[in-house]
Design a protein around this ligand. Sequence first.
Ligand code: UGA
Length: 434
Amino acid sequence: MIDMEISIIGHGYVGLVTACVFADFGNKVHVIGRTPEKISRLKSGDPIIYEPGLEEILDRNLKNGNLEFSTNYDSIKDSEIVFIAVGTPSQADGSADLSQVKVVAKEIALALGERFTVISCKSTVPVGTNKMVEKIVTENAPAQAKFAVASCPEFLREGTGVSDTLSPDRVVIGTESKKAAELLLELHKPIGGQRVVCDLSSAEMIKYASNSMLATKISFANLIAEMSEVAGANAPLVLKAVGLDNRVGAKFLDAGIGYGGACFPKDVKALAFIGKDLGVDSSLLDQVEKINHNARERFAERIVKNAKGKVLAIWGLSFKPNTDDIREAPSIDIMKHLLKNGFSLRVYDPQAMGHIRKIFGDQLNYFDNKDDALAGSDNLVVLTEWNEFAAADLEEIKKTLNSPVVFDGRNIFDPEQMGKMGFEYYSIGRKDVK
Ligand code: UGA
């Protein structure tokens, strides 16, 4: 039985995961993209992105006919809800580039039929954007078109996108239309989490504020880590104790080499820009970004200063585990710094090798597994905390490296154990083991 008919523009992490989950609930979902080659890959069951569990849901809903992919907007006229899930990348000044949102809003307007349609933005967009979408649609839609605009920000994380979409902490629905709110609430009925129904501007702000809050926690953790290294304190322990206060919470206080990905770096910059634009002092966010950048630089410098030998094994390239995404990954800046300083790098990542190869070409030596990357290396550098690295056999690492020196950018090993085993060990916010 088909519940609702919806269209989603965009098939990145947000668009595709949302489409698959809603199709799995029995809705008819049309996904619209602009690149024919990608659309035919999706039609054949290839999700293009790596997201655990997604391929299976895609395959199931292609087979049962709940999910369709197309480059045209024909499905809009029959859709009760249309989600805009296109990219809003950073521009040079930090502001969000809304050109794709504008193009898509016009295309949707031109394709509207006689059915009442909610046009809901899932893309992360500055306050006022949905009003702009409303204006574009009003100017371009046929006279008989009936529509309302809504903002339905997305909170899924890469790597856990499917489960985050099925059971989010909250579903935020911003709209000035009662009917639109009702339809969106109906669509989200099988999904967990609290409901926050609010005005458009608040919904738009909630998304930036949420990501910036999390990024602020990470930068705060990295600031405490830097201080702890100088003061001789144990930052993970300090931050654990801080996080045990319910008012703070334990999550997103892991110090490391900073946040990356397609969201935090872009959204912190965009909110800082929004603040300036509004005439509000948003320098807190500039500092969050600066500390994040420093975390990478400091780690790279520690390697340059302390490495024994010039050949390094690099474990982990993606911006976090369980994804092949390398956008704004700390690994990129760190490896560039190391190459500049004359190091030879033997790299391995379970998923991100292809993307990294496109950036670095033959400047790196690529290996199919962590052990081959290690063999012939002087020291080991860990840049992403994939489980297989944390579970690695330390005796084997020690035997294989020319010199038992480990630089751990994600604190996956225990300093005491590393010391006992005779490693020289550098980690984040903890005393060096020499
Ligand atoms: C983030 C948010 O967590 C999602 O809620 C949001 O929907 C998404 O952005 C988005 O706007 O689309 P994501 O970018 O997938 O999700 O990744 P996170 O799991 O949040 O991690 C971001 C970065 O922070 C990673 O580089 C991670 O290594 C780093 N991190 C995270 C830390 O350095 N320390 C921590 O304690 C936690």
